[in-house]
Design a protein around this ligand. Structure first.
Ligand code: G3P
Ligand code: CA
Length: 293
């Protein structure tokens, strides 16, 4: 794994950003944006609503953001749910509801038990009663909002076969139909998992989360369309190196970088040539990119 500090180039690249921020595009909310960089609401618009809930999806929609990211894991009884941590403690009231069940791992609880939990109050009293969504509920809401989904298989090593199960559920909900294919990307920190998704459904767009060494990019490109690194690990040279390699579908590898929550950093990474920015504050990032273009 190669870590490439970006700080040295950031100042100079802010000045170069306009080079990479051309062309007007109509957005879902009727606004016009003047660049090609996609803004993705990380765990939904998670600065404004509890992460990985339907409220966070709706918060992104209210802001006119059409791409949302989520994290998928599996319950003890084999149901797919949307949550980031592998335990329920941080984002629900599980320690009050089930005090004797430490360490409160998702995989130790049934869906019926998880549906009893409050996944909103930790974030703010106005979100009391928000629940942990199943993947199906989450997809339904994203569909209803006419949004697009960057779906992360979180900690797949804990959930053998989750790639096939997730694809089956996506297919059942129509997300693998030809006409919806541009609305879905599946990503993971696990190369094995991304490779499995590509093997099972070569038509699905995929992303590897991380910053592979440049020399290893051709290997990742065999099963990925995107390389999605932390923005603290990239510079213009790295992004250019990624873009110079064709991905699994014969197009230059894209870079969606995370988690960028301030305008200057967004303009900086856009200037490096990233294709997408994953953020808790999608309105801030979208507006900063618009202003810079
Ligand atoms: O989509 C990128 C980002 O979600 C990866 O980190 O820990 O927030 O899942 P994490
Ligand atoms: Ca994630």
């Amino acid at each position: 794994m190669q870590i490439r500090p970006a700080a040295a180039l950031t100042g100079a690249l802010i000045g170069m950003s306009a080079l990479f921020l051309p062309t007007a595009t109509a957005q879902a909310d009727g606004r016009t944006t003047h660049h090609h960089t996609v803004t993705v609401a990380h765990r939904g618009a998670s600065a404004y609503a509890p992460e990985n809930t339907l409220a966070a999806v709706d918060a992104a929609d209210d802001l006119g953001i059409d791409w949302v990211e989520n994290d998928v894991q599996r319950t003890r009884d084999g149901e797919l749910i949307v949550m980031h941590d592998t335990t329920l403690s941080r984002t629900t009231d599980v320690e009050q509801v089930f005090p004797d069940r430490a360490p409160w791992k998702i995989s130790d609880f049934t869906l019926d038990e998880i549906e009893k939990l409050d996944a909103g109050s930790w974030f703010g009293p106005e979100f009391q009663g928000e629940t942990v969504p199943t993947l199906e509920e989450y997809m339904d809401r994203v569909s209803d909002n006419h949004q697009k989904l960057l779906l992360e298989l979180k900690a797949p090593e804990l959930y053998p076969g989750i790639e096939r199960q997730t694809l089956r559920e996506l297919r059942r909900e129509g997300w693998l139909d030809h006409r919806h294919r541009r609305r879905l990307i599946i990503q993971s920190f696990s190369a094995d998992s991304v490779r499995a998704v590509h093997r099972l459904r070569p038509d699905v767009k995929t992303g590897f989360l991380g910053t592979p060494a440049v020399a290893d990019l051709p290997e990742y490109a065999e099963f990925s369309d995107q390389i999605n690194p932390s923005y603290t690990t990239i510079d213009a040279g790295y992004v250019s190196a990624v873009r110079s390699v064709d991905g699994a579908h014969g197009k230059p590898l894209e870079v969606y970088t995370w988690t960028v929550n301030d305008g200057p950093s967004a303009v900086s990474v856009a200037g490096m040539g990233v294709s997408g920015i994953i953020t808790n504050k999608p309105d801030v990032i979208r507006d900063a990119l618009d202003d810079a273009s």
